[in-house]
Design a protein around this ligand. Structure first.
Ligand code: ZN
Ligand code: ZN
Length: 108
């Protein structure tokens, strides 16, 4: 049986190592964005998984299956910030850089 963290991300195919699902990450991001851009925050759609499978890793927070890696989820958030509020990119990196996005994505 596969380890619960060995499933690939639906977007990039990399092994998912993050313990939080895309929904919980979205929630964190929305809350963060809300303090700066409330209108933009409420317009962000949830990150809906393409499918569910029982052998997926489960989110340590809500127990939902995880379908995307941190990198892909955070990249999509970064695009939102970049397109709609580029002045917040620095703050975005400060707040979400701990999730390892910095190594893989250049914010400048
Ligand atoms: Zn990915
Ligand atoms: Zn979750």
């Amino acid at each position: 049986m596969k380890s619960r963290w060995e499933q690939p991300c639906l977007e990039c195919g990399e092994t998912i190592t993050n313990p939080l699902c895309e929904e919980c990450l979205s929630e964190q991001f929305r809350q963060w964005l809300f303090s700066f851009k409330p209108k933009l925050a409420v317009s962000i759609n949830s990150f809906k998984p393409h499918y569910y499978s029982e052998d997926k890793g489960l989110c340590i927070r809500c127990g939902s299956p995880i379908s995307y890696c941190n990198f892909c989820v955070l990249s999509s958030f970064r695009d939102v910030v970049e397109d709609n509020a580029p002045e917040l990119l620095e703050r975005f990196r400060d707040s979400f850089g701990s999730l390892d996005i910095e190594k893989q994505v250049s914010l400048h």
